[in-house]
Ligand binder design. Sequence first.
Ligand SMILES: Cc1cc2nc3c(=O)[nH]c(=O)nc-3n(C[C@H](O)[C@H](O)[C@H](O)COP(=O)(O)O)c2cc1C
Length: 359
Amino acid sequence: MAGSQFGKAFRISTYGESHGPGIGVVIDGCPAGLDLDLDLIEKDLQRRRPGQSKIVTQRKEDESFEILSGIFEGKTTGTPISIFIRNKDQRSKDYSHIAQKYRPSHADFTYDSKYGIRDYKGGGRSSARETAARVASGAVAKMLCNHYGIKITAYVSSVGSIKAPEIENPDAEVIESNIVRCADPSAAEEMIQLITKIRKAGDTIGGIVCCVVQGMPVGLGEPVFDKLHADLAKAMMSINAVKGFEYGSGFKAAEMKGSEHNDQFYTDSDGLVKTDTNHSGGIQGGISNGMDINMKIAFKPVATIVKDQNSVDKEGKATTVTGKGRHDPCVVPRAVPIVEAMAALVMADHILRNRQSKL
Ligand SMILES: Cc1cc2nc3c(=O)[nH]c(=O)nc-3n(C[C@H](O)[C@H](O)[C@H](O)COP(=O)(O)O)c2cc1C
């Protein structure tokens, strides 16, 4: 299956299925000499982990990881870094009901039609279990970003119709202080109540994750096909269940006049060129302009619901599918570290690529 690699200079290849022996990632291109903090990898994997709170799936996936290569005495050596996460607590029999049937709006029909063979246990390769490999490699990318002064913070800004204000300077401590990972604790309470209600009804609900990248240098992003926002869009749209991506003014730009939308330049007291508004979302002509990058990523209500739904089996005969197994009523609390990881992978890649841009 092609399409398991991401990035050009800082490149990852992920592998593994939900109910196979394990999943993992090989990072190629990470420079030598980076201090690798294993606790940061562990911390981000725990933030993505199922079973972390009452509002996420109660699957108990083991997130303990092994680094198989690329590290010596706590530092990267410049050789491929391989990270392996063994699968445990798989209940493969939970999925026998979908061996011959297609779950509506999941990946069953398309995988079967394309390949003629499908690992249906836990969704196989289409399972969000794969995102643990992104989060592990994203944590390494975050360390490289930190080295260059770039900080990435994501938070939940909406669940269903409950919306929290978007924050310019999100506080990671506040975000992690509530189980929904919202930057506004009072909206978080309402979101938790809604997710609990949805879960009891056997249904699922969508939501939005916002992500802010601070400390950006000017100059990341490559014209013309590898524009920074194009790579960010691909990174975010490749996350399971993502339906929408916006950066800067996003779809609101279509309603605005140039006189409202233009970000006017000025030079600040440190002599840095800034803009007085940030409708460009920190990117102009596909290249970072030094302002913060702000993005919004929309997640759908995931497919597994505990209700009878019309479907077809492998022979195309009409059948009924009812969600069993353990699943997420709303994925956005667990998606926060995944969004941060994908943003970090894009930034790490472009930091390294930018070093070749001029003499
Ligand atoms: C953190 C996370 C957890 C997910 N958990 C579930 C789940 O429990 N049940 C489910 O049907 N889909 C779940 N998904 C979404 C599926 O992986 C995804 O819908 C499926 O692969 C089909 O891809 P698509 O929705 O992007 O088209 C989850 C996604 C994420 C990001």
